[in-house]
Write a protein that binds this ligand. Sequence first.
Ligand SMILES: Nc1nc2c(c(=O)[nH]1)N[C@H]1C(S)=C(S)[C@@H](COP(=O)(O)O)O[C@H]1N2
Ligand SMILES: [Mo]
Length: 427
Amino acid sequence: MRRIEQTPPPPGPFRPGFWRSPIRGPWLTSVFGLVLLFGIPVLFVTGALSYAAYNPGLGRLNDQTPDKGLLGFYLFDWPTHPYWLYRLTQGVHVTLGVVLVPVVLAKLWSVIPKLFEWPPARSAAHALERLSLLALVGGVVFEFVTGILNTQLYYVFPGSFYTLHFYGAWVFIAAFIVHVCLKLGRMTRALRSRNLLTELRTGLDDTRPELPDPDGLVPTASAAPTMSRRGTLAMVGGGSLLLLAVTAGQSIGGRLRGTALLAPHNREPGSGPNGFQINKTAAAVGINPAHVGPDWRLEVHGLGPMLVFTRTQLLAMPQQAAALPIACVEGWSTPDQHWSGLRLADLAALAGLPDAGSVLVESVQPPGPYSSVVLRGNQIHDPRSLLALRVNGADLSLDHGYPARIIVPANPGVNNTKWVHRLTFRT
Ligand SMILES: Nc1nc2c(c(=O)[nH]1)N[C@H]1C(S)=C(S)[C@@H](COP(=O)(O)O)O[C@H]1N2
Ligand SMILES: [Mo]
C-alpha cells in the first residue's frame, strides 16, 4: 500500500491533468445523480413487481430462477385487480429504463476520472468504497444492457434473462443504497453550490469550472469549454425526451404504436378484429398446423375422468366476455381487446374442482419456454379470466392462439398461453 502510494500515477488517464473538461464537477454530477436518485428506485420497484407478476413461486415452468432464497422474500400472489396493473408497471419499467439511458451515460461520463483514481486504494475503507463502486457501475451497465437487449429481442444471454436481470438488480440496488448513503450529503451541498436557473442562463463564453472539490472531479488544469452546462443539460434532457417520444407509443398502443420507432415489434399488426400486436407467430414457435386443425381437442383434467371437447362443443357452451389488454415483458402492450370464451372458473367446476388452487396450462407448442404455464387460484377465479376462443367478434387468428388461448387480467403477456390444448386443475 505504502509503496504504491509513493509511486507516481502511470501516464494517461491516471494523471489528474488528463481530464480537462471545465464543466465536470460535483454540481453537474449531482444534477444527474438527483434524477437517478428518483428514477432508479422506480425502476427497481417496478422491476421487482414485474418479477412477482410471473408468480415465480409456482415453479420452474413460470420461472427458471433456482434458489431465489432470501431475494424472493417479498413475492406475493400477483393480483388480477386492477386488470391493467402489469401493463402499467411493465410499461413504466421499460419506458423509464430507456429514457434514463442518456442520464446514466452522462452521470458515468461526469465521474469518469474517479475510475482512474490513483493510488487505487488509500486505506481499507477507501478500497471498500471503490469495490462498492465497481458493483454500482457494473450493476447499472449490466442491468441496462440486459434489459435493453431483452426489449430488443436479443436473447443472447447465457441462461435465462429473468435470472440474470433479477440477481443483477439486487446487486445493483445494494450498491446503489450504499452509494446514496455515502454521497447524499455531498450531493445536496453540491446542488446548493450553484443555481440551476443561473446555469440555464449561462452560455458557453461564461462557462467556468466549479470550485476545486475533494473528489477531484473538477480538473486541475481545465481546457477551454466546448459546451456549456446549459448545453449539456439540454443535450441529455433532449436525448431523454426523444427516447420517450419514440418509445412510449409501444406501451400506449393503438394509433400511437406507429411512433414507437425503437420497438422491434413495430411492424404493421394488420387490421380487422385480430389486427393487434403479435409477439411470436405460430410459425415462429413451430406450431404444427395439424395440431390446431379440425383434430384439435381441449383436454381438461381435474377430479375424475378427463374431459375432452371439440372447438364446436366449446363454442356451444355459454360464452363469457372480458375486455383485457396484452402486456408483454418487453414493455409493449395493446389497448383492451374484447375476448370471449369460457371462464377458467367454469372449466375448473366442470373438472370437479370448483376451488382449484392452480392450473397447469399446456399448449401444442413443442415443449420449451412459454409452451406451458401455471396459473394461481386467484387468477382462475377472476370472472374475467378466460380460455378465449374469439377476439373482437371474430375467431382468434392462428397467430393470436387459435383454437384457444388464455387471457387473464393483469397477467404478464408471457403467461397468457396461446394454442392451449390441455388444462390440468389442481387443488
Ligand atoms: N404457446 C405460447 N404462448 C404464448 C407465447 C409463446 O411463445 N408460446 N408468447 C407469449 C408472449 S411472450 C406474449 S407477450 C403473448 C402475446 O400474445 P399475442 O401474440 O396474441 O399478442 O403471448 C404469449 N403466449
Ligand atoms: Mo411477451
